[in-house]
Design a protein around this ligand. Structure first.
Ligand code: GAL
Length: 733
């Protein structure tokens, strides 16, 4: 085949069509205008590869293979919501949507065909079909050096995956549209990808408060009583989620209220609203024969059913209209704030097959493979557009997604429950326009309960999902004060977190960022990750017994972990991935701790950092070891950070409600901070009804630190009043 025909699409973005891709694809479906001005502000980009010469395409029988060069050290990140590792180098990722991704194959709830490498560029394959990405897991004959074939028995350098010089992408037979995003850093390439997809999402303020989902068969009265208990116990909460039992029938669903459990839905939603709660409704795509929309939807549905319910073809306007009208009348107009879009993933490879097959056919002409890859996006878009029509922002949950989803107000979740994987997924989501919640459901001990709750409070959605276990934040009495403390801390940080999301919206910068996105370059990241020395252990060692010290020393600052059992027999190890810590906004670093741990290594980006709750000062650009008693999750704030905060309140401020604002500045270094504000609920900000403030803290001639607003761009009145400053802090008071 000939070379590709690359065309510049926007600043630092190039496009080439391959083959004859079908019209249905994530980018085409989402129909979001690229944010050209913001892309322009990032500037043109020089790519670290020559597109014309180094990107190859080849047809092998019915298959189309696209390939990109890889340098020896290059790391490959992204490819959607991956649970098992962060750097995908050496792995083949089979990007099929799957509700039960227990194996490291690449399948997942959100198999986004977008990767970014630490040479500072990204690639998107825009298609509604399955793509396989060989991330340096294949070696072509012409690239193979005979001397690289080692003897596993005797050569310690033997690896299962010899060094490969290429990423090979197996495209769908029909081809796909391919986009390349420049950097120069990996973080910039990710921002460009998000901006090209329309920018990031700005959730309503209430979406960033605490969420609680009640057991599946709760009645209106039980739900209201549980909500009231949050207020009585002084635990902030903004959203109450209902699970399957609100439907008259679920699995398949009717989308209609159950007359016995919820005799007066409007009154129920109103009563909760009066106490400052929003209501979120669980649902899934498969429509019950008992639903009023069943008959009209039937001719607009696929060839196969799921649990006896229809799988509607929501690429059809007529099908969309039926769904939208029903939801509008029965939910949106009575004040329901959004949805949890469940079960829109599915795979026939799991031990319980329930999804329609890839060979299902749909009236629009799409097949089951396409519909499965696209289903999550179809629902996200339909529901978001419905709320937009009412000039209301929504925020909810979804269990399947794909590319071009950054504008969608949806957070991914899973039935998996490994805490480390949950934190890794939070990191990996940041490489490709996704949001993820490490939701809390249950715990085997008060300690695990605390560790999970601490981590979820620093995530895109702080949620307890008690649908099956009936847990409550106070289920472990000894843990309640710690949990209250962290939910309150999240509320205090709401102005800061909301501003981080505004930067996502307008600049494409993810609000939560994995460590490779927290450094200016791969070199800086690698240098910090290998900067370790005995001095970082001193503070911790002093407080520990000799035996613990020996154990920690044996573990070593490298903290290497065994790759897998087969390789372990041959003595193979891999270096630690920093996939258990992340940035929240620019200035806070979160380092979750897992049950059983009382200390951990933390990789700090360059500059000085303070333990947010300890006041200990650390020199960054290296690994430090910190203590983590059960009541504390290690949090770090950058020296010089100027962070907008508010008092912890029972729920987020409503539109028009005024709250005091306090700017907190850390350390003695001068610094800058940012505040974004708007009504927190509508899309009026898109008409400029919003406010940006830049704060600056610096010492005057007298050496005294002073804070002031140096720049203001006010299209709206601030919802904050009584502005105060606390400067030169070493920790949060
Ligand atoms: C699962 C979902 C859970 C819960 C449950 C209710 O599919 O992941 O969070 O909603 O359905 O049946």
């Amino acid at each position: 085949m000939n070379g590709l025909n690359w065309q510049r699409q926007a600043a630092g973005v190039w496009h080439a069509p391959v083959g004859q891709p079908s019209a249905l694809s994530p980018l085409a479906w989402m129909r979001q205008e690229p944010r050209h001005e913001a892309l322009q502000r990032l500037g043109e980009a020089e790519l670290p590869l020559r597109l014309e010469e180094e990107v190859r395409v080849e047809r092998v029988g019915a298959m189309l293979v696209l390939s990109f060069p890889l340098t020896e050290q290059e790391a490959v990140y992204g490819l959607g919501l991956q649970f098992m590792r962060m750097n995908q180098r050496g792995r083949t990722r089979f990007l099929r949507v799957n509700s039960d991704p227990k194996q490291d194959t690449g399948e997942t709830h959100a198999p986004v065909p977008f990767f970014v490498t630490d040479r500072g560029y990204g690639v998107l394959i825009d298609t509604s079909r399955i793509v396989s990405v060989h991330c340096g897991s294949t070696v072509r004959l012409e690239d193979t050096r005979p001397e690289a074939a080692l003897d596993r028995n005797t050569d310690s350098g033997w690896t299962a995956t010899p060094l490969s010089g290429r990423i090979e992408v197996r495209l769908p037979e029909e081809g796909a549209n391919v986009y390349v995003f420049g950097g120069p850093s990996a973080a910039k390439a990710v921002s460009r990808y998000n901006l090209f997809c329309g920018g990031g999402v700005l959730p309503p303020k209430w979406g960033l408060g605490f969420w609680h989902r009640v057991p599946k068969l709760y009645t209106d009265k039980e739900t209201i009583a549980e909500a009231r208990e949050f207020r009585e116990r002084g635990i902030p909460c903004d959203v109450i989620g209902l699970e399957p039992g609100w439907h008259s029938r679920s699995y398949p669903v009717t989308y209609e209220w159950d007359g016995e459990r919820f005799p007066d839905p409007a009154g129920f939603v109103r009563e909760l609203a009066e106490q400052g709660f929003r209501v979120n409704l669980w649902e899934h795509p498969y429509v019950s024969p008992g639903a009023a929309i069943y008959e009209p939807l039937k001719p607009l549905s696929g060839s196969h059913t799921v649990w006896g319910g229809l799988a509607p073809d929501y690429t059809l306007e007529a099908a969309q209209a039926l769904y939208v009208r029903q939801h509008e009348e029965k939910h949106v107009e009575i004040g329901v704030s959004g949805y949890k879009l469940d079960e829109c993933d599915g795979s026939e490879l799991t031990n319980h097959s329930w999804m329609f097959p890839a060979h299902a056919s749909f009236p629009s002409g799409s097949d089951g493979e396409q519909m499965r890859q696209m289903y999550g996006l179809l629902f996200q878009k339909m529901t978001t557009d419905l709320y937009r029509k009412h000039n209301r922002r929504t925020y909810g949950l979804v269990r399947a997604s794909n590319a071009a989803a950054s504008t969608m107000p949806y957070v991914l979740y899973s039935d998996l429950y490994d805490h480390k994987q949950f934190v890794r997924a939070l990191c990996n989501a940041s490489f490709g326009g996704l949001l993820w919640t490490p939701e809390v459901r249950k715990a085997g001990s008060g300690e695990e309960w605390i560790r999970r709750m601490q981590a979820v409070c620093f995530s895109p959605m702080a949620m307890l999902n008690a649908w099956g276990d009936g847990t409550k934040p106070w289920s472990f009495p000894e843990a309640e004060p710690v949990i209250r403390h962290y939910i309150e801390l999240r509320m205090r940080l709401l102005p800061y977190l909301y501003t981080a999301f505004a930067r996502y919206r307008f600049e494409g910068l993810p609000p939560f960022r994995a460590m490779p996105l927290a450094f200016d370059s791969a070199e800086q990241y690698r240098a910090a990750a290998s900067a370790k020395g005995p001095e970082q252990y001193r503070a911790v060692s002093a407080s520990r017994g000799a035996e613990q010290n020996r154990a920690a020393a044996a573990m070593g600052p490298e903290a290497e972990e065994v790759l897998n059992t087969t390789d372990a027999a041959y003595g193979k190890r891999k270096t630690r991935e920093w996939d258990d810590q992340f940035l929240m906004g620019d200035d806070l670093l979160v380092a979750p701790v897992f049950a059983g741990e009382r200390e951990r290594d933390v990789l700090l980006p360059p500059g000085a950092w303070y333990g947010l709750e300890t006041g200990v000062r650390y020199e960054g650009g290296r690994i430090v070891r910190v203590e983590a008693p059960m009541e504390r999750i290690p949090l770090f704030v950058r020296e010089g950070a100027v962070i907008p905060t508010m008092p912890a309140r029972p729920h987020a401020p409503k539109a028009g409600e005024r709250t005091p604002l306090e700017w907190l500045h850390f350390g003695q270094a001068p610094g800058r901070g940012l505040l974004y504000d708007d009504d927190g609920e509508t899309y009026d900000y898109e008409q400029g009804r919003c406010l940006w403030q830049r704060a600056e803290v610096a010492a005057g001639a007298d050496g005294v630190l002073r804070g002031r607003i140096v720049e203001e761009n006010a299209g709206a009145a601030s919802s904050y009043s009584d502005v105060t400053w606390r400067l030169g802090l070493t920790k949060l008071g």
